[in-house]
Design a protein around this ligand. Sequence first.
Ligand code: HEC
Ligand code: HEC
Ligand code: HEC
Ligand code: HEC
Ligand code: HEC
Length: 487
Amino acid sequence: MTDLEQKEEDVKEPEVSPVEEGREIGAWERLLGCTWRTPLGFLGVTLTTVSITLIVLGLIAHLSGLISNHYFAIFIFLFLPGMMMLGLGLIPLAYYFRQKKWFKDSLLNVEHLKIDLADKHHRKGIILFLVLSVINVTVLVLVAYEGYHFTDSSYFCGVVCHEVMDPEYTAYQRSPHAKVPCVSCHIGPGADWYVRAKLSGLRQVKAVIDGEFSRPIPAPVEHLRPARDTCESCHWPEKFHGKRVKEFISYTNNNQTDPNVQEVALRIGGRNPVTNDFEGIHWHVSRDIKVEYQPLDEKRTKIGTVKVTRPGGITEEYALNDEPAEEGVSQEWRTMDCIDCHNRPTHVYDDLERVVDFGLHSQKLNPEIKGIREDSIAILQIEYTSRDEATEKIVGDLLERMAKRHGADFVAEHQKELVISGSYLLEVYLNNVWPKMKVTWGTYRQHLGHQNADEGYGCFRCHDDEHKTKFGKIIRQDCNMCHDEPQ
Ligand code: HEC
Ligand code: HEC
Ligand code: HEC
Ligand code: HEC
Ligand code: HEC
């Protein structure tokens, strides 16, 4: 006998009188009528009734815009339906225990459990059951529909796991994709990826509750959906054409006023109208080409053999001289896609020096103040213990350093400009550093060019003049293959 049954035993058995108000009470009525009087059944009925009432009220408040608090939405769309389902599950369970017991005590046999539509009471009971079921199902469908949209919103992804997703959400909000929902890139269309994402989402929620997630969250994302299914619903390689000119502006500590301007015209790529070949940077992802590679480390910063399949199935393999793969790195071929270059299309973190130079260029850091470049870089590198501490101290730290350099009078005289400069540094810090998540300058670097080639980022992972075919053909590093020769 289970504990539950034991407990039921203690409850006073309701009178099983065969006659009430002059008519006979059927086995069904006795069975159902008593079920909710057991502790388990009572709990089930109460849970269901209370949750469904709150859900209906909550839905009205939510849909009418009366309450738009997101924690409220979590309560209505996740917590209450869970309680309601639990309640609904308890009722048949209670019924089951009750029935089993009655069979055992021979109060009931299968003969009694006939449904007789000619019986008025049975008809009433069935109608009541159907009406209640319709109400329950309607409420659940409504909640599931609203909940589906809610759990797919960028807000849910970015804010509900606040501490964990804060870096990604912040970077995302100031990127070109700020209006593209997280799920367009992370899940994409189709039911199977949706289900996979929700399942892994459940695991992640558990990890967050247990506090057992990695800090920082590792990139590359292990099971990111191939970009062909996601990015290409908005950008498709066949439409690329021409060049894109980018300007890179930099200063030095000794020269904060005359920028060094480097212009590069990038050969974005596209179909050559004469030969109909796809050329240029997006050649790697053009329709008739497949580039695959074997990474030598988890972060894909070292690339081993590269395999190119051209139209007609002709393949070429470029191998690197006997560099071994790190232990535990899967040697499966990875098909190169958008993410192998655009690994930061939306979670864009700044480069420390570049962002200080941008400050000087936009006059947010006053370039007339000597030493401000050097001091700014030093301040942004201080390891504050928290974002709150940085918020408290950064402006003061700049004033202090400036006072050391130029004296207190200078600081008093230029107080206003220095505070503006300090505020810029704080803003930049808050966009890029999360001490709790161990996210700081350089944690997440991008692969687009070759500024961080020495750390294994960018095009030169393959374009290093060292990956060779058996015939000695190399993946080249000619400057003007990718862009016009810089001045
Ligand atoms: C434009 C497409 C796009 C959108 C929109 C997008 N992401 Fe990402 N996200 C990516 C890509 C691509 C990566 C993989 C980077 C890698 O593998 O190196 C990534 C990586 C991540 C990571 C792993 C850590 C990291 O920075 O690499 C997290 C966490 C994440 N995204 C969360 C979010 C959240 C939350 C949102 C919505 C607020 C969002 N993403 C919106 C494309 C996107
Ligand atoms: C839902 C549509 C959508 C999806 C999905 C999407 N993008 Fe975009 N992407 C945009 C829009 C809109 C812009 C902004 C265009 C503009 O500002 O001119 C953009 C801009 C860009 C840019 C140019 C940024 C710049 O510096 O100007 C790149 C690169 C890019 N996307 C790459 C990607 C990659 C890689 C993915 C997949 C991980 C992706 N996008 C997924 C809509 C999308
Ligand atoms: C071999 C590396 C590489 C691959 C693979 C790649 N891109 Fe690019 N893409 C670049 C570079 C480099 C640029 C130009 C630099 C920049 O915009 O900062 C660029 C520019 C872009 C732009 C802006 C174009 C413009 O005209 O301004 C978009 C949009 C884009 N890529 C989307 C994609 C998508 C979508 C994919 C996958 C189908 C993809 N890229 C694959 C390297 C790549
Ligand atoms: C995974 C390795 C790999 C990476 C990373 C890579 N490439 Fe390539 N790239 C190749 C291979 C292989 C070829 C073909 C070489 C050949 O045919 O001579 C190629 C060819 C090219 C070509 C010539 C295409 C044509 O017109 O035929 C350009 C341009 C190019 N890459 C630009 C880039 C840029 C820009 C980046 C970084 C944003 C980059 N590549 C990153 C492997 C790579
Ligand atoms: C495989 C393609 C490729 C090759 C080869 C290449 N570059 Fe670049 N380079 C790029 C891309 C892509 C960018 C743009 C990066 C970005 O958008 O942030 C760039 C940016 C630059 C910049 C401006 C950024 C900076 O660091 O100041 C300079 C300068 C530059 N390249 C010089 C060269 C020189 C010199 C060579 C020849 C030794 C060369 N590049 C070869 C792809 C290439």
